[in-house]
Structures are given as structure tokens and as C-alpha cells.
Write a protein that binds this ligand. Structure first.
Ligand code: MTE
Length: 926
């Protein structure tokens, strides 16, 4: 089906009546699309619309058979369900594109296999899309009056209509591969969440683009010699910080050989709304972000545009720090323009399996063809692709096909495309396809297939990832893991891509990460002579066992060992926790409490795979806590195996304590507690109220401390444990309240939060387990606190929290308020959230403010996504916010903070340090 019978059939033009009738995937598509050309107006007699817009014959042009062929575009007849409630509810999109940012704005990549199956050219319905906001809707009138203003440092300022562009300049067509700078970003996001959303390896597409050379337009307006240096483009989209825009160096833009186009057609048809209808810029060889869609303005200037998102910042800048320090974004040194050399394996696909029989192995006859794509930037040709099947020891060359070269053999002209002439061009502006035939026996022996590409300037794909804050231009070697399992009379291979997007399973990066590997230096095979890290088709567990530790430790030795240098047991192995005492995020108590005990359940339930990896890495490499710098650290931490380890040394007994005088909370005893009620407080948070087992008992939780909650997930059976600070007052009899943010499944995290999932399944009457109190900090009233066994008096307290990190802050603030003897302590609170709806305990904070008065308490709310009528702070916490809304550094001051690790480590800690606080002694992080 050809969607574009004419410009009038274009989705953006004309009445939307037919669309209104067809707004769901289940409705019937329109029986026929209008085919009439644009209605004639007086101006059409003088100068004409570009032929593609007039819908010369409504089809993609038929190219000579010596050229790569265009696949038909299949725009759906109906609006996808996902779009019906968004500002783009008038656009008919291919539901098979994989949405990367939820419903809106629309950012999508094609399924990799479909992209490859469509061949050299990508039909518009499969072309990747990157929209920063809503697509400008162009109706017939807007189209007629659409102009592009060319202004700035030029001799003739001109405003062109589309007909004038068509009339004044030669119509040309070029094949160009557009690549989003974020292509393959998900791989970096698996390592560390960056400032950008996930792209898999299909963030690229190739089309024939038709329009006029930018160089011809610039030649027409005559940039002022010596003054004019840049060309700035702006689109018509309405974004919070103004229209989308970027710039180009004039020296490149004015050069026809660079192939920069102002394009009105894609594969011979009018642009789809998502791709810039009615007109856009196409910049070959550069990141897709330079190809401004819905073009409205071209300014010739002496300066670069101040649109500042396309950067690869230095790697020492974490995402949070990059966000907090705006100066980096304005440094032209980090601007990215040209694409870097890159490649991907597409066959085998992610999840593909290959059964190889013993006979085939022995005969060596059966071959498998590895395939994929490669590209480079700036018109540079990829001149080799190489594969290694032995983790980089040896490499062999692949065959490369360059379909683009077929256009270099002859000039082609037609009414819609104008002139398609690559005969004099050496530029490679398109992707090429590599392939390599390998005997299946070699794949059976391989743990990983590694792909490397190089371009004609000897730019090479690096072995290591350049981990950067925006995660742009990720181009380390593309690796596909090969997993083997035995089947009857042979082997079944299963292939795993690094980080596929969408609803597919996660790739080898997430798997190795969850197994505790350092994914930046992935090992696909067991390391000879080393421990753990074994990759098989099944689930591998990270090993925390030192390879040479043979000591047997008796039960008696374990329990009588000095408790201040705690030994603990995980899965029958004995560890020395002393080096972790200060570094443990839960404070030394978390380890001291399990001294001489079996901590397996706690350890497994509470430590994410990351935590296990940390312990393993400390053990294996001495990396994370830097306790030691060699594998000898392992020998110190893993000290032996518990002799006769079936003996139970668990301290906890779950259940009631009959002694009524004993507090409910016991640090070493899990107490059962019934769910009494769930109260929703906003769109994603609830208060869970649990019963204390005796209706005269109070909680007796020291102020500023937390407890652990543990429960078993109904469905998975997994035991899950997390720390929470209750919000019920200490005086509350009979119950304990937890304010808990529920992390629901999202496109990015389809399984949602583990604890959230388990809590959401609870019904009133269900039981969980609680133990505590824990924490190295306690507010002890009258302006004094004890932290890590040192007591201090203060009269100024700064408190910084984000999201549900408000709970310990609230608890301490309420203690200060309730302390009637204390009339001196002054408190400054900064509470950071996304939206006003996300602010938790706001009414409670307001009550405390009324009680304490504004001379003793100041509360500053700051939102990253405020509405127009929000009168509080907006943006993120930075130096200025901390300087303005916290007390200054002093010997009688302290700052308490609770929020995401990134915010604490990358923003608050360094910012407080810069403003003069001694963060080692004055910053308490909950
Ligand atoms: N132009 C405008 N006006 N608005 C945008 O959001 N996105 C840019 C670029 N041009 C964008 C834009 C980015 S980041 C990319 S990668 C390309 O458009 C994507 O082009 P496509 O959506 O046609 O594939």
C-alpha cells in the first residue's frame, strides 16, 4: 500500500475527519486515500510545488535496476493506541516500531531484524524517529504559507516558500544514512544510567533524500565574507526551551560536496510528519541531531547556536555532575558533529538459536553467515570489518558490500528526484554491509563473537567503552555472546546481543552485571586459575570465594572471635567484615550485628546483584572499597569455610516475645507483624500500617534510625529485605507506619521494584517481618546527636532530601519540634522532587512549620518539572540552592541528607565541600 498518493493524502494536511473516525488499532482503515493533487492556485501557474508534493504518480519512484531498490512505504491506516491521548494523536505510526520513551514524545527504533530485512533503503514506516516534543501539525493552509527565513550575516535576506526553493535551485537527491548519536546507548546505560534514554543498535536508517543543496541557497544569499562563520537552523517544534536547533560551520555548509540538503522528500515521497514534513535539513556524515526537521529558519552568524545538547563530555564527569555544572555544556570543545566509526552484528540475532549436530561438527561442512552493518562519519569509508572468535587473540577479515557505490556508476534524473549524481563523489554517506562465513564448529568453540570496524582514516572502534554523561557515540566493539547447551546428539547455541531494547530479554551486559562481573571488561569464558565468573547457558552466580582459601573454621572459633572485628558467614563461607565497617552504607552496625553469625539470608535478601558484585570485587580485585589493591584482599575478607556448616548458627527466631516489657523492635530478632491498612498518599506512594504485637507497646525507635522489613514475594518466592524509616510518631502505640514509594513497571524497568512488587501483593492481615533498630545516627534531643559513637551539640541543622528520602529527615525534624526544652535549634530543609504531586508529607511539614515558626524552620521545595503556577524553586539542587537555603558552614552546624546515591555523591557532597563544610564530620547521609 502506498500511503502518499499525493500531498493531500499526507497525514498532516487536510481535514482530520477520517483520522477522528479511526483512532484505534482495531478500527477499520479508510477504504481509500485521497489522491487528488494540490488544488491549483494562481501562484502555481507561475512557480510550482516540488513534484513529490504534487504526488506525480503517488508511488515511490522506480529506480533503474542497477541501483539499490526502494521498498514500499506502508503507513498504517489508523492511529496507534499509544498515540490517541497524546498531542500526536493525528499521526499514523507503525506499531511495530519500538518506543523508547513511552508514549510521548515519540522516539522509536525499528526491530533490528526488520531494519536489515528492508535492505539498503529503509522505508519511512520503519525509519527510526527522534522527536524532542510534539510533531508540528501542518494543515493545508500552513503548508501553503510555509516559509524558511534566511537571515543574519548575509547580503540578501530572503524568505523562501517551498515553491520558490523548488523553482530557484536545482533539485537533487542523495542516499544518506541518518544515525542518532544515541545509537547503542543502552549498552552504556546498563553500566551507568546516563542523561539519555536507551537506544539499541537500530538507531539508524537510510533513505533517498530530495531537495536542494544548502550550499546553493547560501550562495544565493551571499554570506558576509570574513564575518559569517556559522549557519544556525531552527525547526518549528514548540519545546520548553524554544525551538529545536543546531548549527554548522559555514565552510562546510557552503560546500556542495558535503551533501547538505534542504529536503522535502524521502524515498521520493513527501516527508512523513515524524521526519520533518514539509521540509527539513539533511546533514550527511554527521549525527542525526544536526538534521533539523520542520525547518523554519536559517541564520548565518558569527557564533555557534546555543542549543547545547549534542556533546560527548569528558569521561570523569558523571551524569549528575554534568547536569550540576552547566559550563561544560557551553564548551565548544566537546561538541559532536561527525559520526564515529561503528558497526553491529545483526546475524545472529539476539536470542537466535542454532542447533549443531555432532555429525556436522565432525564433518566441518556446515557454515553460518555472520552479518551486520558498519558506518563512519564525515564521508569516510569503512575500509575493513574484522571478526574475532577467540576474545581478540586472532581476527579475520569480513567481506563488505557498499550498495552506495552503485550510484557512482551513472547519473540518474527523474521528475521527482531531480538529479541523482554520485559519479564525481568519493564520500561515503551511507552504511555498508559486512558478512563472514564461518564453520559452525568454530561458533561452538567460541564464547563470544567480536566485531571491529575501521575507516579509511584508520579510525578504529575501541575495545573499551568511552563511558560518558550523555552516552552518545557509543562505539566500542560489538560483541555477541555465544551460550552453549547440550542437546541430543549435538549442541544448541544461543546468541545474546549486548543490550537489545524493547520487550526482548536483556542482553549479556545485564546478565554479566547481575552476576557481578565488571561489564566494562567482560569475560565470556572462565578465567584460567581464577574463580567464579563462569558463563554458561544457565544462571551463573558470582563467586565470593578466594581461590586458595582452605582454612576450616569451627563454630566455636567463629562465635568466640573478637566481635569488634566481626566475622560472619555467607553460604557456609566465613568473611572478615572489619574492612567494611566504615564503608558499609548501612553503618558499622549492619555488620557488627551479625558478628559470629550466619548472615546468608540477610546478605542475599538485602544485597542487590550489585552489592554481591561489590563484595566479590573487593574479594577478587580489591576494587570497590579499595580496602586493598590486589587479590590478597580476597584472602583477608574470605578467610575460610565453616567446618560442619550444617550446624545452625542463625540468631533469629521469628515470632513473639512473651516478655511484655521488652520493646517490639529487636535488632537480632525478626518480629512478625500484620498489615493493618494501606493508605494511598499520591500517585505512587502509600502508607503501610503494620501492627505491633501488643496493643500497649510503643515502638521505641531512636530518632533518626531505621528498621528492616523482610517478606517473601508471593509469585517468585524470593526473600526481599529493605531498610525503611517509619513515619509513625515514637509515641504511637500498637502500630508502625511506613511511607513507601512503589516503583511500578515502566518501559525501562519492566519488572518494576522488587520490594514494591512484593508489597503491592499484600492484603490486610498478611504478615511481614521487621527487625531493628539500626543506624549509626541518633538525634538525642536538646540540639545534640550521636553519630558513629561521637556526640556533638549543634544549633543549626540543614536537611536535604529527595523524593521518599524525606522519611528520616521528617523523623528527626519532628523530634526537634516535639522537644519542648529545645527552643534554640534552627532547621533549614531542602526537599527536591520531580513534580508538586511527588512531594511527600507536605502537610505534615507545613504543620511543623506552624509549630516551630519561620524563625526556627525554613522549608524550600524545589521541583525539576514544575507547572507554570509553581512559586517554589525549580531545577535541580546545585551550589547556589545549597548556599541560599542551608545554613552556612559552622562548628555548631550539621547537614543531614537522604536521597539517591548519585545526588549525594555527585552533587551534595562536593557542593557542600566547595561551600566550606567539612563533609567528613558534618554531613550525615541516611
Ligand atoms: N529537528 C527538530 N526540529 N526537532 C527534533 O526533535 N531531532 C533531531 C533531528 N532533527 C529533532 C530534529 C535528532 S536528535 C535526530 S537523531 C534526527 O532529527 C532524527 O531524524 P528522524 O526522526 O527523521 O529519524
Amino acid at each position: 500500500m502506498h500511503a502518499h498518493a499525493s500531498c493531500l493524502s499526507h497525514q498532516s494536511v487536510g481535514s482530520n475527519a477520517s483520522l477522528d473516525e479511526h483512532t484505534s488499532e482495531t478500527s477499520t482503515p479508510p477504504s481509500s486515500l485521497p489522491t487528488s493533487p494540490l488544488p491549483k492556485t494562481p501562484i502555481d501557474d507561475v512557480i510550482d510545488w516540488p513534484p513529490s508534493m504534487k504526488g506525480v504518480n503517488g508511488h515511490e519512484p522506480q529506480l533503474p535496476f542497477t541501483f539499490p531498490q526502494l521498498a514500499p512505504n506502508v503507513t498504517p491506516g489508523v492511529v496507534a493506541n499509544a498515540d490517541t491521548q497524546t498531542p500526536d494523536s493525528w499521526i499514523r505510526r507503525n506499531p511495530e516500531l519500538i518506543r523508547l520513551t513511552g508514549k510521548h514524545p515519540f522516539n522509536a527504533e525499528p526491530p533490528l531484524q526488520q531494519l536489515m530485512a528492508s535492505g539498503f533503503f529503509t522505508p519511512a514506516h520503519l525509519h527510526f524517529v527522534r522527536n524532542h516534543g510534539a510533531v508540528p501539525r501542518v494543515d493545508e493552509e500552513t503548508l501553503r504559507t510555509w516559509t524558511i527565513r534566511v537571515h543574519g550575516l548575509v547580503s540578501h535576506k530572503v524568505t523562501f516558500t517551498l515553491q520558490e526553493l523548488n523553482w530557484l535551485f536545482e533539485t537533487v537527491t542523495l542516499p544518506v544514512t541518518l544515525v542518532c548519536a544515541g545509537n547503542r546507548r543502552k549498552e552504556q546505560n546498563v553500566v551507568r544510567k546516563s542523561l539519555g534514554f536507551d537506544w539499541g543498535s537500530a538507531g539508524l536508517s537510510t533513505a533517498l533524500w530530495t531537495g536542494v543543496y544548502l550550499a546553493d541557497v547560501l550562495d544565493h544569499v551571499k554570506p558576509l565574507h570574513g564575518q559569517a562563520k556559522y549557519v544556525i537552523f531552527e525547526g518549528a517544534d514548540v519545546l520548553p526551551n524554544g525551538p529545536y536547533g543546531t548549527s554548522q560551520r559555514l565552510s562546510l555548509a557552503a560546500n556542495r560536496d558535503k551533501g547538505m540538503l534542504i529536503a522535502w522528500a524521502m524515498n521520493g515521497l513527501p516527508l512523513e510528519p515524524d521526519h520533518g514534513f514539509p521540509i527539513r535539513v539533511v546533514i550527511p556524515g554527521q549525527i542525526g541531531g544536526r538534521s533539523v526537521k520542520w525547518l523554519r529558519s536559517i541564520e548565518v552568524a558569527s557564533y555557534e547556536s546555543n542549543h547545547h545538547d549534542n556533546k560527548v563530555l569528558p569521561r570523569h564527569l558523571s551524569p549528575d555532575r554534568a547536569r550540576a555544572e552547566p559550563a561544560w555544556w557551553y564548551d565548544p570543545g566537546y561538541v559532536i558533529t561527525e559520526l564515529s566509526v561503528n558497526s553491529a552484528i545483526t546475524s545472529p540475532a539476539h536470542g537466535e538459536t542454532l542447533d549443531v549436530s555432532q555429525k556436522e561438527l565432525e564433518s566441518g561442512d556446515r557454515m553460518y553467515t555472520l552479518r551486520g552493518y558498519a558506518y563512519s562519519g564525515g564521508g569516510r569509508r569503512v575500509n575493513r570489518c574484522e571478526i574475532s572468535l577467540d576474545e581478540g587473540v586472532t581476527w579475520f577479515l569480513c567481506k563488505i558490500e557498499y550498495p552506495e557505490d552503485q550510484f557512482r556508476r551513472m547519473v540518474y534524473n527523474d521528475e521527482v528526484l531531480g538529479t541523482l549524481d554520485l559519479t564525481g563523489s568519493d564520500n561515503s554517506f551511507c552504511w555498508c554491509f559486512w558478512s563472514a562465513n564461518v564453520p559452525v564448529g568454530r561458533l561452538v568453540k567460541a564464547n563470544v563473537i567480536e566485531l571491529f570496524a575501521m575507516d579509511e582514516s584508520m579510525n578504529m572502534q575501541p575495545r573499551d567503552m568511552y563511558l560518558n554523561a550523555t552516552s552518545m557515540l557509543n562505539n566500542w566493539l560489538f560483541r555477541v555472546a555465544v551460550l552453549g547447551s547440550e542437546i541430543e546428539a549435538g549442541t544448541r547455541l544461543r546468541f545474546e546481543h549486548p543490550a537489545p531494547v524493547g520487550t526482548q530479554q536483556s542482553g549479556w551486559m545485564e546478565r554479566l552485571k547481575s552476576e557481578g562481573q565488571n561489564v566494562l571488561q567482560p569475560r565470556f569464558s572462565p578465567i584460567p586459575g581464577q574463580v567464579g565468573l563462569k558463563v554458561t547457558a544457565g544462571l551463573a552466580e558470582v563467586s565470593m570465594i578466594g581461590p586458595d582459601v582452605t582454612r576450616k573454621i569451627s563454630h566455636e572459633e567463629l562465635v568466640t572471635h573478637d566481635k569488634t572485628q566481626p566475622w560472619f558467614v555467607v553460604r557456609g563461607e566465613v568473611y572478615d567484615g572489619t574492612p567494611f565497617l566504615n564503608a558499609h552504607p548501612g553503618g558499622p552496625d549492619s555488620i557488627l550485628l551479625v558478628a559470629g553469625e550466619d548472615a546468608t539470608d540477610d546478605f542475599i535478601a538485602i544485597h542487590s546483584a550489585d552489592g554481591r558484585a561489590k563484595l566479590a570485587q573487593v574479594c577478587l580485585y580489591g576494587l570497590i572499597f579499595q580496602a586493598d589493591d590486589s587479590t590478597s584482599a580476597c584472602f583477608q575478607h574470605h578467610i575460610g569455610t565453616l567446618a560442619n556448616s550444617t550446624t545452625s548458627i542463625k540468631s533469629e527466631t521469628i515470632g513473639c516475645i512473651e516478655d511484655e516489657n521488652m520493646p517490639f523492635l529487636q535488632p537480632k530478632v525478626w518480629r512478625r507483624s500484620k498489615l493493618l491498612a494501606i493508605t494511598r498518599v499520591n500517585h505512587n506512594s502509600c502508607v503501610f500500617r503494620f501492627a505491633l504485637d501488643n496493643n500497649t507497646r510503643t515502638l521505641e525507635l531512636p530518632c533518626g534510625q531505621h528498621v528492616y522489613i523482610r517478606l517473601r514475594h508471593n509469585r517468585t518466592g524470593e526473600l526481599i529485605q529493605r531498610a525503611y524509616t517509619p513515619i509513625s510518631p515514637q509515641s504511637a502505640v500498637d502500630f508502625i507506619d511506613f511511607l513507601i514509594k512503589l516503583y511500578r513497571p515502566t518501559d525501562r524497568f519492566p519488572s518494576g521494584g522488587k520490594m514494591s512488587g512484593a508489597l503491592e501483593q499484600l492484603v490486610v492481615g498478611d504478615e511481614i517481618e521487621i527487625k531493628g533498630p539500626f543506624g549509626s545516627f541518633e538525634w538525642t534531643n536538646l540540639g545534640s546527636y550521636r553519630w558513629r559513637n561521637i556526640s556533638r551539640n549543634v544549633n543549626e541543622v540543614g536537611m536535604v532530601c529527595a523524593g521518599s528520602g524525606v522519611t528520616p529527615i521528617f523523623q528527626v525534624l519532628r523530634c526537634i519540634m516535639h522537644d519542648e526544652q529545645d527552643t534554640e535549634t534552627r532547621v533549614w530543609v531542602i526537599s527536591a522532587n520531580r513534580t508538586e504531586d511527588d512531594i511527600l508529607l507536605r502537610a505534615e511539614f507545613d504543620d511543623i512549620l506552624v509549630h516551630m515558626g519561620s524563625n526556627r524552620l525554613r522549608i524550600h521545595h524545589i521541583l525539576t518539572h514544575p507547572t507554570d503556577d509553581w512559586s517554589g524553586g525549580s531545577g535541580r539542587i546545585d551550589d547556589l540552592v545549597l548556599l541560599t537555603h542551608l545554613p552556612g558552614p559552622s562548628a555548631t552546624g550539621i547537614v543531614l541528607a537522604c536521597g539517591p546515591v548519585g545526588m549525594i555523591d555527585e552533587t551534595i557532597r562536593p557542593a557542600l565541600q566547595r561551600t566550606g563544610w567539612d563533609v567528613d564530620t558534618c554531613l550525615v547521609v541516611f
